[in-house]
Design a protein around this ligand. Structure first.
Ligand code: NAP
Length: 248
């Protein structure tokens, strides 16, 4: 029996990049994948790839800014499975790289909606379902950006959103650690060969960076039933889990 057989995993931003690679790795380990993103064609290609590795998927073509859709998805998962074993909050936007004072309010709202609010809405809709699992796991893909805003001018919107996501995930970890089996982790993937990275660094040789498939197994390890830590951040470039503080 595969390690994640009979487990249900929701991955946001599953249409490409890190999310797609994580979804496929979870499927290889036997999980049923609920794959969410806006691009239906890319989700259908992922569905084929998941079948090819012997697992199955439910496709959710949806914009995460449609917060009511997240609530409806929670209800649908409750009715079909009565639990969620794994939540990977991966979808994210870079947003414009420009001084804070040049940002238009709608640009600010878009990035905060996808990178922060959608993850809070996922927690709101799936907390009870994660607690129904015998090994609920929530992993949020962050960045080093929130911790080095002073070194990265013109990326303030992205940095702010990732610092806020870190706080959301750490709070969720603290709120679940004594009352459930749920484990909550953050990930700093480092620089990875994706569309987002190419948008940020168009002159960079993409082949100098790891492919999403190279880092996905490290992220999926945090989703396994035998993963024991909560409230930390897996820093992939450093190859270590960092804690913000010792557990109290
Ligand atoms: P990517 O290739 O641009 O993929 C982003 C994913 O998010 C896509 O699947 C996209 O799907 C989805 N998405 C974006 N907006 C959405 C929306 N409104 N509703 C639903 N889905 C949406 O980026 P990536 O590099 O793989 O990034 C994945 C995560 O890693 C992000 O949180 C990013 O901040 C983080 N990260 C990446 C790097 C890096 O070097 N690549 C470094 C640090 C952190 P659709 O367009 O189909 O909706």
């Amino acid at each position: 029996m595969s390690a994640l057989e009979n487990r249900v995993a929701l991955v946001t931003g599953a249409s490409r990049g890190i999310g797609r690679a994580v979804a496929l790795e979870l499927a290889k380990r036997g999980a049923h994948i609920i794959a969410l993103a806006r691009t239906q064609g890319a989700l259908e290609e992922l569905d084929d790839a998941i079948r090819a590795v012997g697992s199955s998927a439910t496709l959710v073509p949806c914009d995460l800014k449609d917060f009511d859709a997240i609530d409806r998805l929670g209800l649908a998962v409750f009715e079909r499975w009565g639990k969620l074993d794994i939540l990977v909050g991966n979808a994210g936007l870079l947003g414009p790289t420009t001084p804070l004072s040049h940002l238009d309010p709608p640009q600010w709202n878009d990035v905060m909606a996808v990178n922060v609010t959608a993850n809070y809405r996922l927690i709101r809709s799936f907390d009870a379902l994660l607690r129904q699992s015998d090994a609920g796991r929530a992993v949020f893909i962050s960045s080093g950006a929130g911790n080095k805003a002073d070194l990265s001018p013109y990326r303030g919107l992205y940095a702010t959103s990732k610092a806020a996501l870190d706080a959301v995930a750490r709070t969720f970890a603290a709120e679940t650690q004594n009352t459930s089996k749920v484990k909550v982790m953050l990930v700093n993937p480092g620089y990875v060969r994706t569309k987002m990275r190419a948008q940020l660094m168009p002159g960079e040789d993409p082949m100098s960076l790891p492919a999403p498939e190279e880092i996905a197994p490290k992220i999926v390890d945090l989703c396994m039933p035998d993963w024991t830590e909560t409230g930390g951040i897996l820093d992939i470039p450093k190859g270590a889990v960092q804690r913000f503080r010792e557990p109290v």
